[in-house]
Design a protein around this ligand. Sequence first.
Ligand code: COS
Length: 394
Amino acid sequence: MADRSFLDWPFFSDRHRDLADALEIWAADTLPAFAARAHAENTVADATRDLVAHLAKGGWLRHAVPTPYGLSQSLDVRSLCLIRETLARHLGLADFAFAMQGLGSAPVSMFGSPAQRDALLPGIADGTKIGAFALSEPGAGSNPADMITWAQRDGDQYILNGEKTWISNAGIATHYTVFARTGEDGAKGLSVLVVPADAPGLTVAQKIAVIAPHPLGRLVFKDCRVPADSLVGAEGDGFKIAMATLDTFRSSVGAAALGFARRALDETLNRVNERHIGGTPLADHQMTQSRIADMALSIDAAALLIYRAAWTKDSSGARISREAAMAKLHATEMAQQVIDSAVQLHGGLGVVSGSPVEVLYREIRSLRIYEGTSEIQKLIIAQQTLRNHAGSTA
Ligand code: COS
């Protein structure tokens, strides 16, 4: 059982503690049944659909959308993080299914009109609709301002042409929030539209297989027509909507990494107590203890950064680009190292296909890339730090 003492930290209220406790029980009961299907390429899409349905039935997706369809007036980042951390500790694909419902619908949750919210969010919460966030393109990942997918206004419609890639839930989503250019070059010419999966002219051109199976793919838009009222916010708002969405969700990527790292530490603690070398448990060897200390310390440091960022967003509503970037950067990089130590302390068992730490070793890797690479997080932190310094000395 993972260390739960962090729930006593002042970042949380009783409703967060109750949420974490109830989800822990649900996850332990529900998720083991999904493990085999979740880890195989040919069953992962169906497993994700089923996980969305189960998460909805458990009421957990009501944390992924705001009131009146969800539980908080605006997305409660501490709840998002606690849910992602808990699900990731049990099953990476359950975290993925939850996170994509939130991320895929967030532009509508945060910036949509009442009609757009009514049309999409009840279905996201009850699992009858599946969301996806379509930002990256073959030539525009780290810098969305370079994107070239076009949405051309034509009377009461937009016509989309272009390509999106690395799109999570491609092929199983019912709705894509698609970022596209409606105007001038650069960040100010971008907009967001909600595109149903069955819109004529939209195809899933390729499914992409990755080291830890997830539904992922490439979308092609060829004269894809959607009603003009699919536009979220105003033309030109796209870049800001993307940044605001990522501001809310980046800490939660750190939280998923934290869940993976906590699971790796748990598995390792069991292993080093069971395994004896020269008649003494591995746990009694000082070199083991040195690794355990590093793992425990870096997990707590990451948790502090994540819940600091989440609490700051929830309590002030302000931008948390720097705090979220720190949380994501530190948590994902530390989790990679913690999991590597877990594999090392498991010895040969750590590299057996399908063993828990071997699965974690593959699961963690993409988190250092998606929703902004570690290098991008460093740029955000540095830019903000330099800006703050300039502001304080001006
Ligand atoms: N909320 C609202 N507006 C925001 C914002 C936020 N959280 N963050 C930035 N903006 C606004 C800024 O105020 C600025 O507006 P003005 O031009 O009106 O002043 C505009 O957006 C541009 O901001 P900034 O100059 O800080 O952006 P940069 O071009 O420097 O951004 C980074 C560069 C690297 C931060 C950005 O491109 C980024 O986050 N890239 C990674 C994208 C990513 O995660 N890709 C993965 C795909 S998702 S899986």
